[in-house]
Design a binder for this molecule. Structure first.
Ligand code: GTP
Ligand code: MG
Length: 206
């Protein structure tokens, strides 16, 4: 898929404020600082469409971007961010869970995982939750450029093996680097394929 246009639509602090359900949308989620906003900029080919930062917790709202006038890309705040007050964290977690569970136009969620690290309890638990709620998701390993090819393969294998302890089969997996544009064609082509497979949206809540 070619990205011909990409524009910011809206930032929402809760599900009720999100744009009306009109086209399919794809959400990007993961721990704070995992590289969600960077990946969105890499995919859309727009340097600063989504705001990136060295400071974790930059994205605090549900941000919608319209791509090619026919699908929405969603930048979500990081979950389980340790450095904010518990009350704020709970508010974030509630907002994210409510969005994921109830957003009718959500076609697929991309769960971002920093491939430099061992599988983290919070990420595994988050994917378990998506599984329980039957929310379709893919795994996206980020920051692949920060590892040697050998270490990258080892970490991916370790992650898959860890997942297979709890899952009968693995979801779609993408290996990415926003710095090197790795994984861009694969993710965009997957989005196109999902849109083709699920067909024209007919939403009950507009
Ligand atoms: P929050 O909005 O705080 O939840 O973070 P985020 O997940 O949106 O992360 P963001 O894209 O802001 O990136 C965090 C930091 O990681 C920034 O300093 C990025 O430049 C860096 N980064 C993100 N992706 C990559 C990558 O693929 N390679 C490298 N080398 N650095 C990356
Ligand atoms: Mg962000």
């Amino acid at each position: 898929m070619l990205v011909k246009s990409a524009s910011f639509v809206k930032s929402s602090s809760k599900l009720a404020e999100c744009p009306a359900n009109s086209v399919w949308e794809f959400a990007f989620i993961g721990r704070s600082n995992v590289g969600k906003s960077s990946l969105i900029n890499m995919l859309t080919g727009r340097k600063s469409l989504a705001k990136t930062s060295n400071t974790p917790g930059k994205t605090q709202l549900i941000n919608h971007f319209l791509i090619n006038e026919n699908w929405l890309l969603v930048d979500l705040p990081g979950y389980g961010f340790a450095k904010v007050a518990k009350k704020v964290r709970n508010k974030f977690d509630h907002m994210i869970h409510n969005y994921l569970a109830k957003r009718e136009s959500l076609a697929c969620t991309f769960v971002l995982l920093d491939i430099r690290h061992e599988p983290q309890h919070k990420d595994l638990a988050f994917m378990e939750l998506l599984g329980e709620k039957q929310i379709p998701f893919c795994m996206v390993f980020t920051k692949a450029d920060k590892l040697s090819d050998k270490k990258l393969s080892t970490n991916i294998e370790n992650y898959k093996n860890k997942m297979l302890k709890n899952w009968a089969y693995l979801p779609e997996i993408f290996v990415t680097s926003s710095a090197k544009k790795t994984g861009r064609a694969e993710i965009l082509s997957y989005v196109g394929q999902v849109i083709d497979d699920i067909g024209e949206p007919k939403f009950t809540n507009q």
